[in-house]
Design a protein around this ligand. Structure first.
Ligand code: SF4
Length: 304
């Protein structure tokens, strides 16, 4: 069987080229909270967020890392690992506490990278001083949850931060030349049309972000978005709408941006819609086929 040629820069290919072996991310829930849930920024959290989808933190961080390393070694023959502080806001603590926590990755010889998921309004120079120390020995990523560059949308989904906050985070992070930036964006946000996400895509192209995660909006139980969905005030994108929009998005990006994700998953007992969400293989295949049909690829419409 011939190998599929991807028309975008897949994260797995980037890692293979860089390390010459299989590198897997190990996601960790370090027990953080989020200022958008505890009332510091706003109350209630983002309208699509149900923290149960992040999984429970029922094991110490070291145990989670060891389990993840062992699992990916057995299941995927992984040789190296990137530890991904994933759940909630992973810079929401004092610099001293963050350093102690991130230092745990130094105990594992197969670890080559540190990835930190956080909000763009939860980073500052003191915290970046801590993160930057890891650049000497590790590949370091800051994954900033952005979702959209449209402040009206950010308000509506109750993000509790603005696009300006994201630009500020990018500015601060770019002063540390070895820290890579990977925003998270969502296609199909309530009230957004194709022109909104194309603006977000163009902006991510203009900023030449190092990586990106692109997700379809989905409806999870026990969220405000569930109410909108059940009242008929919101519908998530259909399969073809999403894959076509994701292909559009890729066309606007910088050709060197690494695509960390082009879809999302959700535990089936918590997912309300769309029903195709967890068919990740089909989504990836269709996005790539749409680019092929257009004789296009990531970066075709890139401009700065
Ligand atoms: S910032 Fe993240 S953890 Fe916080 S409410 Fe929004 S989605 Fe949930």
């Amino acid at each position: 069987m011939s190998k599929v040629k991807y028309r975008y820069r897949k994260f797995s290919d980037y890692l293979k080229d860089r390390y010459g072996c299989r590198v897997y991310k190990v996601g960790v829930n370090a027990g953080f909270s989020c200022p958008n849930r505890d009332g510091k920024k706003s109350s209630g959290g983002c309208i699509y967020c149900n923290n149960k989808t992040f999984g429970r933190q029922d094991k110490p961080v070291r145990e989670q890392i060891e389990d993840g390393i062992n699992f990916t070694r057995k299941r995927c023959s992984a040789e190296k690992h990137i530890i991904y502080f994933q759940s909630f806001t992973n810079t929401y603590a004092t610099p001293g506490k963050l350093e102690k926590l991130y230092n745990i990755i130094r105990e594992y010889s197969s670890v080559v990278g540190l990835s930190i998921g956080t909000r763009p309004d939860c980073i500052d120079n003191e915290k970046l001083d801590i993160v930057e120390k890891f650049c000497e020995d590790y590949e370091v990523w800051m994954e900033y949850g952005l979702q959209s560059i449209n402040d009206r949308t950010l308000n509506f989904i109750n993000r509790g931060h603005s696009y300006g906050d994201f630009l500020n985070a990018v500015k601060l992070t770019r002063k540390r030349k070895d820290i890579k930036i990977s925003p998270h964006v969502i296609i199909g946000l309530p009230g957004e049309t194709g022109s909104d996400f194309k603006k977000t895509a163009r902006e991510m192209g203009r900023l030449k972000v190092d990586g990106i995660k692109i997700h379809p909006q989905h409806v999870v139980k026990d969220t405000l978005l569930e109410e909108l969905y059940k009242n008929g005030d919101y519908n998530p994108p259909g399969f073809k709408d999403y894959t076509s929009a994701a292909a559009d998005f890729l066309e606007y990006l910088w050709p060197d941006t690494v695509i960390q994700r082009i879809t999302a998953t959700c535990p089936t007992d918590m997912l309300l819609a769309p029903e195709w969400l967890n068919n990740t293989g089909s989504v990836i295949k269709d996005v790539n086929e749409q680019l092929a049909e257009r004789k296009s690829r990531q970066g075709r419409l890139f401009s700065i």
